[in-house]
Design a protein around this ligand. Sequence first.
Ligand code: C5P
Length: 207
Amino acid sequence: MLIAVDGPAASGKGTIAKRLAAHFGLAHLDTGLLYRAVGLATMGKEGQADFESVAIDAAINLDTLTLDEDILSTAEVGLAASKVAQIPEVRKALNRMQRTFMEQPQGAILDGRDIGTRICPQAEVKLFITANADTRARRRTEQLLTRGLDVTYNEILKQIEKRDKDDRENPAGAFFQAADAHLLDTSKLSIEAAFKAALDIVGRVTG
Ligand code: C5P
């Protein structure tokens, strides 16, 4: 079974994808981490002549086994990820990795921005997980504070809104909901309720 999970930052898509993967025994890839790792490799290079070539090299040579979620989860790395996500050659290299991952014999679940639209349009189930910007900013602020990072709600809200806009308008691969994706708004749902709702959708589609 192939499941595609897309949605904006802090919508709950990562948690839902992880839980679905555990439930169905599927391999899971958080594709945002790939873009974040490439973004991290370019930090400090913004505005320099070799910015794009550093990003492309990092994407081509990325080792998906060494991705460190703690290092990659900061808001600054998220913004850097959005920048490198606009470079067509970076997307091409990362798309190749995602498609290889998808070919596992037992099936897979991938979450990101373009899984249902471009990476895996043939997925049996497509979920589009969303939540309003206020809820997403509150969730992400709490997550980062729990990790000991010094952040405020206002700066996280601003960063989320900037990434939403950049991702929707990305000339190298705009972010949008696939026509055949099932919309799940998690704004008023607990993690448990959101997971149950996602599980219901998968059951309805595959049952
Ligand atoms: O999902 P996450 O917030 O970790 O993604 C970080 C950034 O990586 C996104 O804002 C987006 O710019 C980029 N991305 C993408 N395509 C994906 C996954 C992430 O362009 N499939």
